[in-house]
Design a protein around this ligand. Sequence first.
Ligand SMILES: [Zn+2]
Length: 163
Amino acid sequence: MPASRSVTRAVGAVLDLAPRRGEVSLTRLVDAVSEDRGRPIELTTADLPPGVCGQWRQYVDRDVFLIQKGLPAWDRTLAHELGHLVLGHEGIPVVDAALENTEMASSDLISYMLNQRTGCMGPNGEDLEQEAEDFAALLLYRLGRLPSDRASIVQVRLGEAFG
Ligand SMILES: [Zn+2]
């Protein structure tokens, strides 16, 4: 299934923020999005519940993407969480989440965190998950087709010149 127009547009908007110099990696894109929004985005690994790949936590002053520790395709999960963020999939208020999961019911957590979105299936249905998946697939595909850094561009040109 081809990605929807809103997903295609969101991927284009993120790639437009890519630094013009140096290597454009996924983590650099995350930095660029964070700068554009004027809100820090932190990346961290965590021991999430089994079967969960990633979690997006929205705090008052920053966003945090948690990636399951030891996940082999972490870049896919990171791109997926970034998709939720740029597509405006807010997740659920932490107070509600805390009611469902007693582990989360620490008053600290509730006062600092506004919303969270956990895992590969969210409470807002599969449509938003599919959108985030489409975003991740398209972003990583287009990222893979960008020249990885200036050195490699120079090498290609040298190759053409001498080849
Ligand atoms: Zn998701």
